[in-house]
Ligand binder design. Structure first.
Ligand code: NI
Length: 243
């Protein structure tokens, strides 16, 4: 059930049988030489809508801007500072809590959001002690992670990955361009700080990839990963609030 396509009467009726709500979150940032800007938000958005359709759970519109400061040296990237994103998350949860929702699941599509989500949750838990909060990143769902490892091994990398590019190819058939084969050995992974500054990131990762080979991406792999993600997400939604 999509909040975007519901009336307030439908939401009030929904709340009589469930107080669960799922919130997709991602980022609007460069995704290497062939990846598109919506990659990190369209994937959580679409898998969450599919999983919520199966479980009859309410899903909000996606939070499409995330913490992408390290990508800012690539034009088009739009980033929220960690402090801003924390406020956004707090206000989204606060609004829904006000309406009567109590179990919140964030489905994330961007690694740069995770520590900010944790920090925001820490504040929200003190403010709303009876709220249950959980965040999962789709690419870390065990079956998805295992499949990506099997398909791409070390060529998966950390950004502009063949997994995420594959899923966007599945979502937008024929739209995302096929990449050429890429070198993945530089720079040395051990020498890179977790989140470099935007300038440093551009110097280290000239074409925007991080150790990935997006040439391995395909619509077929994308469909397999998408279906696995939806299946696992359905379980997560059913278990919501049980912990
Ligand atoms: Ni990404």
């Amino acid at each position: 059930m999509e909040l975007a396509k519901s009336t307030w009467k439908q939401v009030e009726k929904y709340l009589k049988s469930s107080t669960k709500v799922v919130i997709p979150i991602g980022s609007t940032e460069q995704h290497g030489p062939t990846g598109i800007f919506c990659t990190d938000y369209v994937i959580p958005e679409r898998i969450t809508i599919a999983a919520c359709e199966r479980t009859g759970t309410l899903v909000t519109p996606v939070i499409s801007f995330g913490m992408s400061n390290h990508h800012l040296a690539f034009a088009g990237t739009v980033s929220l500072n960690p402090s801003t994103l924390m406020k956004v998350v707090e206000d989204v949860v606060g609004s829904l809590y006000h309406g009567g929702f109590r179990e919140f699941l964030f489905v994330n599509g961007h690694g740069g959001n995770t520590s900010t989500l944790d920090a925001a949750f820490s504040e929200i838990r003190e403010k709303y002690p009876d709220a249950s909060l959980r965040a999962i990143s789709w690419y870390k769902l065990p079956a998805v992670h295992k499949k990506a490892e099997k398909l791409f091994g070390k060529r998966e990398g950390s950004h502009s990955t063949p997994s995420e590019i594959s899923v966007t190819m599945h979502i937008f058939p024929g739209f995302v361009k096929k990449a050429r084969k890429y070198e993945i050995s530089t720079p040395d992974k051990k020498k890179v700080k977790y989140l470099p500054s935007a300038k440093e990131f551009r110097r280290l990762f000239k074409d925007g990839r991080m150790w990935s080979d997006p040439s391995l991406a395909s619509e077929k792999h994308g469909k397999a990963l998408f279906d696995l993600a939806v299946k696992e997400l359905v379980k997560e939604i059913k278990d919501l609030g049980k912990e």
